[in-house]
Write a protein that binds this ligand. Structure first.
Ligand SMILES: NC(=O)c1ccc[n+]([C@@H]2O[C@H](COP(=O)([O-])OP(=O)(O)OC[C@H]3O[C@@H](n4cnc5c(N)ncnc54)[C@H](OP(=O)(O)O)[C@@H]3O)[C@@H](O)[C@H]2O)c1
Length: 301
């Protein structure tokens, strides 16, 4: 298959490119720095600066993951605009590509996040759960709306609401593992907030599943493992996987003071479950956090 990928140089995109390269797909990646992208990704790809630059190719599917990192800097008004605009712009560029291609792609798999639901306390959250209105929700809603505008009779659009992606060389574990390894890890606030998580390999397999093995993909898909955990459980399990204690507690008030509104990402959450994926028959290789962290620990050793 010929697949266009935005955000291919990122933590998720790189793993996706490696997986699909092994499967023999032809990868066309969109990057703000196309010359660097080929080295970053490490498998053969054609890189161009905009999705629409691939309008001269045959494109069977598009995966849209590009966007300003959510945890890069404090959420000033300008940064919030950038978080939304970077995603909306990348998605519009995909729309322009689809319009200019003689034959539109069959599927678009577009990014979103568990933040779509906002703070949900401890209730179980499926794709049907109404969101709590806050910045993370507004960001994901606008990203999804832009993608869903591209749904046509010829092209289906799946929006994947991604949980915290875990693997050894990036994402949230990158800063956490060294601290926990030193025995200075700890719970955030009361630790009751849910952290939907997913092993990066399972996320890649979900994207592949939606692309290749499942027909009816329009709409939202929760892309988190079936066993989300609270921050306290996450802290305990990560510490145990490294054979270290995690005795500390970072008070919520300190996190709020340091991060402002962005502290919502650490202090609130959603017990998001992959209801639609499970109903569609997707099988997780890493359904529990213990299993995911053990594999990551083995790979890192
Ligand atoms: N990782 C997670 O735990 C997680 C959880 C939930 C949702 N997500 C979402 O899933 C997507 C992929 O995640 P990821 O961890 O792979 O992201 P990532 O490592 O931050 O990579 C995203 C890619 O987006 C491009 N990008 C960065 N800033 C941009 C900007 N201002 N404008 C346009 N493009 C920009 C970059 O590509 P170039 O530099 O090559 O242009 C980058 O490689 C992201 O949109 C993220 O929000 C991730």
């Amino acid at each position: 298959m010929n697949i266009v990928i935005t955000g291919a140089t990122g933590f998720v995109g790189q793993a996706l490119c490696r997986y699909w390269h092994e499967k023999g797909h032809t990868l066309m990646v969109v990057s703000r720095q196309p010359d660097k992208a080929r080295d970053t990704i490490g498998v053969p790809v054609t890189a161009r600066a905009k999705a629409v630059d691939f309008a001269d190719q045959q494109v069977d599917a598009v995966v849209n993951l590009a966007g300003e990192p959510i945890f890069n800097r404090r959420w000033s008004d300008a940064q919030k605009r950038q978080l939304i605009d970077s995603r909306v712009r990348a998605t519009r560029d995909v729309g322009e590509l689809c319009q200019q291609l003689p034959q539109p792609p069959r599927k678009l798999i577009s990014g979103s996040a568990m933040g779509y639901y906002g703070d949900q306390g401890s209730r179980e959250v499926t794709e049907q759960t109404p969101p709590h209105d806050e910045f993370a929700h507004q960001l994901c809603r606008q990203w999804e709306e832009e993608a869903r505008k591209l749904e046509t009779g010829q092209m289906s659009v799946a929006c994947i609401r991604i949980g915290l992606v875990l693997d050894r060389d990036g994402g949230m574990l990158k800063p956490m593992r060294p601290m926990f390894r030193l025995g200075v890890g700890g719970r955030l606030g009361k630790g009751r907030q849910y952290m939907p998580w997913i092993h990066r390999h399972d996320l890649v397999r979900i994207i592949d599943f939606l692309l290749e093995r499942h027909d009816d993909v329009d709409g939202a898909w929760n892309a988190g493992a079936p066993a989300p955990v609270t921050n306290a459980e996450f802290t305990r399990t990560l510490a145990a996987s490294l054979n270290r204690p995690a005795p500390f507690v970072v008070p919520g008030s300190v996190i709020s003071l340091a991060l402002g509104e962005m502290s919502q990402l650490l202090l609130t959450g959603a017990r998001m479950v992959p209801a639609r994926l499970e109903a569609a028959g997707f099988r997780f290789e890493y359904p529990t956090l213990e299993k995911a962290l053990a594999a990551i620990q083995r790979d890192a050793a």
